[in-house]
Design a protein around this ligand. Sequence first.
Ligand SMILES: NC(=O)c1ccc[n+]([C@@H]2O[C@H](COP(=O)([O-])OP(=O)(O)OC[C@H]3O[C@@H](n4cnc5c(N)ncnc54)[C@H](O)[C@@H]3O)[C@@H](O)[C@H]2O)c1
Length: 245
Amino acid sequence: MDLGLQGKTAVVTGAGSRIGYGRGIARTLAAEGCHIVAVDIDGEGARETAAELEKSGHAALAVAADVTDRAAVDAMVAETLERFGQIHILVNNAGASSKLKPFVEMTRTDWDLDIQVNLYGQMNVAQAVLPHMIERRYGRIINFSGGRGIPNISIYGAAKAGIIAFTEALAREVAQHGVIVNAIGPGLGETGLVAHAPREFLEANRQRSMVKRLCTPEDVGPVVAFLASDVCSYMAGQLIHLSTF
Ligand SMILES: NC(=O)c1ccc[n+]([C@@H]2O[C@H](COP(=O)([O-])OP(=O)(O)OC[C@H]3O[C@@H](n4cnc5c(N)ncnc54)[C@H](O)[C@@H]3O)[C@@H](O)[C@H]2O)c1
């Protein structure tokens, strides 16, 4: 099946983590023929991702940007348009989580990290690319939801629940302009995000999984590729829950 991704430009935020979903998604989309813009607050990680892709013959650009900083995001969009001319796909993958903590012990700094990166960050990047996508009457936006209702990450979960409502509304606003918006809720994986989680927590989830393993970047990449593709032109405003629980 031809996904129609050849020659398309995909902005992948949070693509700098060596063990994260973003780099895996960048690899999958590049293999399908996309030009990749690897965006991360960790500029060195983003450069590593872009260098790896270029080494295997793909077009890639690394941009160091904090998704919560609108000026930096606007500069990233301008640099991308200058290099590739169009943004077809936004993978709103950048995310962060404060340390596991009961809600009563969480500080306002913890709340701010969880809400700013996971909710405002995705809204920021979506708002920055949308005028361009609407003008070209083409776009795919994939937002990142995640674990909700999980004890000790209550604010992170609130932000990720907000992403579902945001996705539903935004999809209804922009589908008429040729922009398809969906969300993915990946399963628990051993990425940078959960590096501080106790081993027992990861092991318990491995056992709870129907296939007795955690989610990997290689599981997430193909689902994102579908959502980013021309094949995905009828489903909009939905959440794909990538789970074996
Ligand atoms: N790992 C899981 O179990 C899991 C489960 C469900 C959803 N998710 C979601 O998947 C997405 C990818 O996370 P991951 O698990 O690969 O973790 P990760 O920590 O490996 O990758 C996240 C990346 O986002 C970047 N980032 C953080 N704050 C940023 C900012 N302000 N601006 C730009 N970049 C920033 C980090 O530097 C990092 O490279 C996140 O949205 C996360 O919430 C992860």
